[in-house]
Design a protein around this ligand. Structure first.
Ligand code: C2E
Ligand code: MG
Ligand code: MG
Length: 438
């Protein structure tokens, strides 16, 4: 009887307790939560952020030690706080059920204490904890739903905000991001109509001729309608789709160059916005070279726009990439200049051709003679041999002031909004006809 008892105890132990830490496991959690359904409950998920790295750097044994220490810490907290019960959810995720605590404020205070886990003696290595939290709304809020919501909250934490309480907007945002991701994948898989390009002309400040077009990506989601480029580009970056999406955008831009060339337009170039992650990719340059061969267009008709955020990356590698682009005849512009971190002194040594003066500076320009920094930026840019494109020119007053200050090129709604390829070609024809008129 004793042997049978011992064997059954072992089976029960394995079924309901986590083998490594001895904490109750997920099955135990579900059973426990069903029992507590009618009470005021909160669920907390704790996740050491850099656990994978700890495993890689110090080995699995050390990783296991860290997990056991976290479990010991939580067990200790639960001994001191009666209404709290810890569980191990999976690999590096721990759960806490907190009973009879309806105040969100007090729950958040408690969670803040968990962030100090690093200060505990015995927990070695630097562990940053992130925490997702959810409060039960009543008996219908079952274990599966609660757990899902706590994980959604956890998913929305960041280094700056390591604690997040669940709310429905978080879930809606996650569903939206997922839908956008799926549709980007469909577009990359060859489905037409989701991702397209529009083109906005850039004019020579003196003679009013179109010198280039900026290609701007557009997304038309079947489910959600028009998605702003900053939103879908950021999602593509986060979900590792930006390289493929960037290649598609470059390919579409090359198609527009082909359209220009078919009409005998060889002098007008097309500028493509390139994300820092794309530029950092080793194969970025070779991809562009292959594309130009495949599409049979010269790269001198292509330009690249980079935001200042690229300078937060490995500057030496960036400089090499830019040199290679330049060697291929591709001109490079720094976009939204003045909003980021780059200084003119740093740019002096980088292979860059244009600075695109951010719209926020142009907005402030009026006939009053108030120029803010615009006049200084333009003269300093000229001093280090860079040309200046003003972005977001909307009024004739702004145009006039920019011309007075010697700005080289203009872009903005005053001239044209970004338009589809056909309309962009019409703009060129209209500009040509204007020139021909006396
Ligand atoms: P950006 O590269 O600075 O593009 C200029 C933005 O200003 C465009 O917004 C354009 O429509 C808008 N704009 C142009 N003239 C005016 C004006 O006179 N007034 C006002 N209020 N706005 C004007 P859009 O197309 O919504 O693009 C927003 C940003 O999304 C772009 O800023 C760029 O950073 C990013 N983006 C767009 N397409 C791509 C792309 O293909 N790849 C990457 N990586 N980023 C892209
Ligand atoms: Mg741009
Ligand atoms: Mg810009």
């Amino acid at each position: 009887l004793f042997t049978v008892y011992k064997k059954n105890r072992r089976i029960l132990h394995l079924a309901y307790l986590d083998e490594l830490t001895g904490l109750p496991n997920l099955r135990n959690f579900q059973a426990h939560l069903e029992e507590l359904r009618c009470q005021h409950l909160a669920l907390v998920v704790l996740n050491p952020l850099n656990f994978k790295l700890i495993n890689i750097l110090y080995g699995y044994e050390h990783g296991n030690n860290v997990l056991m220490q976290i479990a010991a810490y939580l067990r200790n907290v639960s001994r001191q706080t009666e209404n709290l019960r810890p569980f191990r959810l999976s690999d590096d995720r721990f759960l806490l059920i907190i009973k009879n605590e309806p105040s969100l404020e007090r729950l958040l205070t408690l969670c803040k204490e968990f962030l100090n886990i690093n200060d505990e003696p015995g927990i070695c290595g630097s562990i940053a904890i992130s925490i997702g939290l959810v409060q039960s709304t009543g008996p219908s809020h079952d274990a599966t739903r609660l757990l899902k919501e706590a994980l959604i909250a956890l998913n929305s934490t960041s280094a700056a905000h390591p604690i997040q309480a669940y709310n429905t907007e978080l879930e809606e945002k996650l569903i939206r991001v997922d839908a956008i991701e799926q549709e980007i994948k469909q577009a990359l898989g060859g489905e037409d109509g989701i991702i397209s390009l529009v083109f906005q002309p850039i004019y020579d400040g003196d003679v009013g001729q179109i010198v280039s077009f900026e290609a701007l990506a557009r997304m038309n989601s079947k489910k959600l309608g028009v998605i702003h480029p900053l939103e879908f580009i950021a999602i593509a970056e986060k979900r590792q789709l930006i390289i493929a999406l960037g290649q598609k955008i470059l390919s579409l831009a090359c198609d527009f160059i082909t359209q220009l060339r078919m009409r005998g337009i060889y002098e007008v170039s097309v500028a493509v916005n390139v994300s820092a992650l794309q530029l950092m990719e080793d194969s970025f340059i070779s991809h562009i070279v292959n594309l130009s061969k495949e599409k049979q267009i010269p790269l001198t008709q292509l330009e690249v726009e980079l935001t200042e955020s690229v300078f937060a990356q490995d500057l030496q590698f960036i400089a090499t990439q830019l040199e290679e682009l330049r060697a291929l005849g591709i001109l490079v512009a720094i976009d939204d200049f003045g909003t980021g971190y780059s200084s003119l002194s740093r740019l002096e040594n980088l292979p860059i051709d244009y600075l695109k003066l951010d719209r926020s500076f142009v907005e402030k320009l009026q006939n009053s003679g108030e120029h803010g920094f615009v006049s200084d930026i333009i003269s300093l840019a000229h001093h280090i041999d860079k040309l200046v494109i003003a972005e977001g020119v909307e009024t004739e007053e702004q145009e006039e002031e920019l011309q007075k200050l010697g700005c080289d090129y203009m872009q903005g709604y005053l001239y044209s909004r970004p338009v589809p390829a056909e309309q962009a070609l019409d703009l060129l024809l209209a500009a040509e006809n204007n020139d021909e008129q006396p």
